[in-house]
Design a protein around this ligand. Structure first.
Ligand code: ZN
Ligand code: ZN
Length: 271
């Protein structure tokens, strides 16, 4: 497996939906021979669900989190390069909190996990509604996020909603939404932001990465260069999931480089 590019989208127990200790994730990364790993636990302000103890889900305790990543950096120094990231859930009304979010981080993924405040993860979300309309609404909400939220480095799993559509990506053709997607990609490029190639959906049976090859190719065609690589692992066995497929996908889409970030500044590395 070609894993020299590391994994830049990884969750641990600091995320409400992961039970994998940070230590176990790092040990797996070393075991796989990854050169780098960026921990990107969830922070989703105003997520509409609660933990058993009554606290809101997906609220990252930043001070404890940063200290935990610093501890593994020290513990595994010389074995792997560990970076501190966050996957920030974007919603338009949160723009001020998101834009003023200021911590010593290497990398922020901005992601849409909610569409108009509701989570498409749940089957009820789709019941009795037209999938095409929902997907269009999802891309509209990304554009709305982009018009007000600026504090992130790459947009996460761009067409991720397809993971949860009733027929997943069986009938999905990104060109149906091309007008929206072009606007999203152009806005990202103009503001110096990137996208990621996320392999997480493949383990749930998707045919393609998020976003799909067509969108990756289009991003490059429009002049986009910044692309990070992530598995979205929530368990150590999913770290660097099917990363051996990535070089061909990215090269065919026109990329010769992938990207990592340090102190929020991007660095290109040859594929
Ligand atoms: Zn996500
Ligand atoms: Zn994630």
């Amino acid at each position: 497996m070609n894993t020299h590019f590391g994994d830049w989208h990884v969750h641990t127990t600091f995320s409400s939906d992961s039970e994998c200790p940070m230590d176990a994730m790092i040990q797996q990364a070393i075991h796989l021979g990854l050169t780098s790993i960026c921990i990107t636990d969830h922070n989703d302000y105003d997520y509409p669900e609660y933990e058993e103890d009554g606290t809101m889900m997906f609220q990252l305790n930043m001070n404890a989190y940063i200290a935990a990543v610093a501890a593994v950096k020290e513990k595994y120094a010389g074995q792997i390069d560990i970076y501190t990231g966050v996957e920030q859930g974007l919603q338009p009304h949160l723009n001020e909190r998101i834009n003023s979010f200021n911590y010593p981080l290497d990398f922020i993924i901005g992601s849409s996990h909610l569409v108009n405040g509701a989570d498409p993860y749940y089957p009820e979300f789709w019941e009795g509604r037209d999938s095409n309309e929902i997907i269009t609404q999802y891309f509209d909400s990304i554009l709305e996020n982009l018009s007000v939220c600026t504090n992130f480095d790459v947009y996460g799993h761009l067409d991720y909603i397809i993971r949860y559509a009733p027929n997943q990506d069986t009938n999905y053709d990104w060109t149906h939404y091309q007008e929206h997607i072009d606007n999203i990609l152009k806005t990202l490029i103009q503001s110096g932001k990137g996208i990621e190639i996320n392999t997480g959906g493949l383990k749930y049976g998707l045919k393609e990465t998020n976003p799909c090859y067509g969108i990756l190719h289009r991003y490059h065609e429009l002049g986009g260069e910044i692309i990070t690589i992530g598995s979205d692992a929530h368990k150590s066995e999913h770290l660097a999931y099917v990363f051996h497929l990535i070089p061909d996908i990215l090269k065919n889409a026109g990329f010769n480089y992938y990207t990592i970030f340090k102190n929020r500044k991007h660095k290109f590395i040859k594929l």
